[in-house]
Write a protein that binds this ligand. Structure first.
Ligand SMILES: [Zn+2]
Length: 87
């Protein structure tokens, strides 16, 4: 029997029976991450309460903003550390 990994319908069935195989697909901040099921491509994310929820277009947008703020804050922290080590 040939295994067809592009057949999402049977992958979904697999997930229903064995559970999703979530892998971190993106780290938004140190505590907010996006997960993708390697089987059926279902996506989850961490919300503000730390719970896993379905990654809707709205949450994707929130994550983009969060990531932007996080990256900015991190780069500012780095600059701060750099300049304080100079002086
Ligand atoms: Zn799945």
């Amino acid at each position: 029997m040939k295994k067809n990994f592009t057949n999402t319908a049977s992958n979904k069935l697999y997930c229903n029976v064995f559970g999703h195989q979530y892998k971190v697909s993106k780290s938004v901040t140190s505590h907010v991450k996006e997960y993708t099921c390697k089987c059926c491509k279902r996506q989850l994310t961490t919300n503000s309460n730390g719970n896993l929820i379905e990654l809707t277009p709205k949450y994707r947008e929130i994550n983009t903003i969060l990531e932007d703020i996080y990256v900015r804050r991190m780069s500012r922290l780095k600059t701060k550390t750099l300049s304080s080590s100079i002086y």
